[in-house]
Design a protein around this ligand. Structure first.
Ligand code: PHE
Length: 342
């Protein structure tokens, strides 16, 4: 064996022996780190041995390299073990520090749309209206026919309906709940029906293919249009304050006669005219009217004895007004930055 190889192997052996002695003395992580640098560092003993390899006879290099690698592995393993026994790595013992502040976590909140819906429902409940529900997948009969909208009526086109198999469709309004309620209940009826509706609208700032309505229906002896106006006014004032005014404009719906659309004075500008009401001072809410006697025919109510009023309203519209929200799509995007403001 060449002299170089001989002395290298000797040094490796000596290094291992002194390492074993030194690591036995170590009792802090800092000392251990110094030892690691001494042997495994860039300028450490192991690196030094490797740098001597090129001077060896090529035939002797593999054996010498092997010896250095063994030293390296031995040192690495011993340091790892020592580290663990010193407790500087590995699973730490859990330390409970009662003085640390707790981890804050965000409390969820009710969706702004549902908050407004709750408010609307509460107001009508306080006026003695019961809450009814109906299916979102509805039959043609309830969504159109029994509401006096015959198969060839143009309002079926206007409604831009999502049709499903057979006679099923996604309800385009909450009015079918009027029929379902009257079918199962004799007068007097005083109910509201909150729920989701669907229309084939292209989404933009004020349109969405899904939206929410609250339907209202009151049927009894001697119910008049004046009762309708009184209920709508009371509702408007509870929602937007005493100063709000209402107005009814003549309109047409196949299931009410006479029919109207009703507006609230703009709660933003008090009716003076602003951007929200497009300088008209009024905001359209929805339709209403006296139940058409033809509708009573479908549910076997005697139109000679009973009269009734019905109204609808768009929940998104009202929520947008209440909270000055400029785009209806915000309600459906589940963006936490939007939702956490309510
Ligand atoms: N269902 C009508 C609509 O969606 C609103 C309405 C309800 C009109 C009740 C009159 C009576 O436009």
């Amino acid at each position: 064996m060449g002299q170089e190889a001989d002395s290298l192997l000797n040094d490796v052996k000596t290094a291992r022996a002194s390492f074993e002695q030194e690591i036995a003395q170590v009792d802090t992580p800092e000392q251990l780190d110094q030892l690691r640098i001494k042997y495994l560092g860039r300028k450490g003993a192991v690196a030094g041995f490797f740098s001597r390899l090129p001077k060896l006879d090529p035939a002797e290099r593999p054996a010498a390299g092997n010896a250095i690698n063994q030293l390296k592995q031995f040192v690495t393993k011993a340091i790892e073990e020592k580290k663990r026994s010193l407790g500087s790595t590995g699973p730490r013992k859990p330390v409970f520090d009662a003085s640390l502040p707790g981890t804050p976590f965000r409390i969820g909140s009710r969706h702004p749309l549902l908050q407004v819906l709750d408010e609307i429902v509460d107001i009508f409940a306080s006026m003695g209206f019961s809450v009814e529900t109906g299916p979102e997948i509805e039959r043609d009969y309830y969504n159109f026919e029994a509401l006096n909208i015959p198969p060839d009526h143009p309002s079926r086109d206007l409604q831009d309906t999502f049709y499903l198999e057979g006679d099923k469709l996604l309800r385009t309004h909450t009015s079918p709940v009027q029929i379902r309620t009257m079918e199962k209940q004799r007068p007097p009826v005083r109910m509201i029906a909150p729920g989701r509706c669907f229309r084939k609208d292209t989404p933009d700032a004020t349109h969405s293919p899904t939206f929410h309505q609250v339907e209202g229906l009151c049927v009894d002896k001697n119910v008049t249009f004046a009762d309708l106006k009184g209920v709508i006014l009371a509702f408007a004032q509870k929602l937007f304050g005493k100063d709000v005014r209402i107005r009814f404009r003549p309109s047409f719906f196949p299931f009410t006669e006479p029919s109207a659309e009703y507006d609230f004075s703009c709660p933003m500008c008090g009716g003076k005219g602003c951007r929200v009401c497009k300088y008209t001072g009024w905001l359209e809410i929805s339709g209403a009217g006296m139940v058409d006697p033809a509708v009573f025919g479908f549910v076997d109510y005697d139109p000679e004895v009973y009269t009734g009023y019905a109204f609808g309203m768009g929940v998104e519209r009202i929520a947008m007004l209440k909270h000055m929200i400029g785009d209806i799509r915000l309600f459906y995007e589940n963006d936490i930055r939007f939702l956490s403001q309510f």
